[in-house]
Design a protein. Structure first.
Length: 108
């Protein structure tokens, strides 16, 4: 085998090794990007649920005009407000989970 043919074979082999290494590095980057996107989705869904919860608690604690001393606050009103808060938190949590699952299915 002449020197040019052997050099050509060595360069081809080196190119194949470089391609394989590049493919591995791109796969590692892709995995890290997907992991980061999942973490961002989780954090954003938790932040949305926390914001809804805080807004609900703030609305429950919102001070109104003082009621006359003869009237006591209605327990039914408090229960209805609490149920509304729980419902809004639950719906925010469910919608964020549905969005995350749809993103995961599209990526998979």
């Amino acid at each position: 085998m002449n020197p040019l043919a052997s050099r050509k074979k060595l360069l081809i082999a080196e190119s194949e090794l470089n391609r394989a290494q590049l493919a591995q590095e791109l796969q590692a980057i892709s995995d890290k990007v997907h992991s980061f996107a999942n973490q961002v989705g989780t954090v954003s869904s938790l932040a949305a649920a926390a914001a809804t919860l805080i807004a609900g608690i703030a609305s429950l604690r919102h001070k109104k005009e003082p009621e006359p001393a003869a009237e006591k606050p209605s327990w039914l009103k408090t229960i209805v407000k609490g149920a509304g808060l729980a419902s809004s938190v639950w719906s925010a949590f469910r919608s964020s989970r549905r969005g995350k699952n749809a993103t995961d299915e599209a990526a998979g």
